[in-house]
Design a protein around this ligand. Structure first.
Ligand code: HEC
Length: 220
């Protein structure tokens, strides 16, 4: 015959059992501890928390590669990438640039973004002499700290992406200022450079015009 447990009758016994076993662990439940920032008279400085040992670094925040995070060598801005500017890096740079920078700076970097048409100050073109001569780290630096009325994008753009954008701006500069002399000797241009009609808002790419008969074949 199965043993039937009458809960109503067993209840006081269960209660006693719980009380007795819980009682055994009472000193584990009530432990001496300090609330955060509470004062203590145990240590001579009256802080309950100890200061971290000198030189302690928060995990994941060592930032030992300072050039990667600052683009600076001492106080000077560096003119090299902290990692190779591969096609993937430039693709990533283009994607980020088109999302974050192009609304103001325009897709080709001429400062013809959409936002300046609504009253924000027009940024300078990246293709002026002064900005063509700045070291590549300068773009990282402006992105990290802002410049004039331009806010910084340190919170929105991770350091690696800031470098990708910097590399892409260099590519834009090259693209807008390339001459026949930039073509390696003996190499032919497979097709004439497209003629663009800039429709001016920068929110969209300039429209390519249909190549006319005279521009077909070898570039002029
Ligand atoms: C909200 C609009 C806006 C966005 C978005 C923006 N910029 Fe700018 N940027 C400006 C303006 C305006 C200036 C000129 C600031 C001034 O002269 O006060 C400027 C200037 C610059 C300059 C030139 C500094 C100089 O020496 O003249 C660089 C380089 C630059 N921006 C890079 C970037 C990059 C890279 C991004 C994207 C991560 C970006 N900007 C996003 C508005 C913007």
């Amino acid at each position: 015959m199965p043993v039937r447990l009458n809960l109503r009758k067993a209840f006081p016994a269960l209660l006693a059992l719980i009380a007795a076993t819980a009682g055994c662990r009472i000193d584990m439940h009530i432990q001496p501890y300090y609330r955060t920032m509470a004062e203590s008279d145990f240590f001579s400085d009256h802080r309950s928390a100890r200061m971290p040992v000198d030189g302690t670094v928060a995990r994941g925040d060592l930032r030992a590669d300072s050039y990667f995070y600052t683009a600076k060598i001492g106080t000077a801005t560096g003119d090299y990438m902290p990692f190779p500017a591969t096609k993937e890096v430039l693709d990533r740079g283009r994607e980020r640039y088109n999302i974050i920078c192009a609304p103001c700076h325009g897709r080709v970097g001429n400062g013809n973004g959409f936002i300046p048409t609504r009253g924000f100050r027009q940024p300078p073109s990246f293709h002026i002499d002064r900005l063509r001569k700045v070291p590549v780290g300068y773009f990282f630096d402006v992105d990290t700290h802002g410049y004039g009325v331009m806010p910084d994008y340190a919170a929105q753009v991770a350091p690696r992406d800031r470098w990708c954008i910097a590399a892409y701006i260099r590519a834009l500069q090259l693209s807008q200022n390339a001459t026949g002399a930039d073509i390696p000797a003996g190499q032919k241009i497979p097709s004439p450079a497209p003629q663009f009609r800039d429709i001016g808002t920068g929110a969209t790419l300039p429209v390519a015009e249909a190549p006319s008969a005279s521009t077909e074949g070898e570039p002029k």
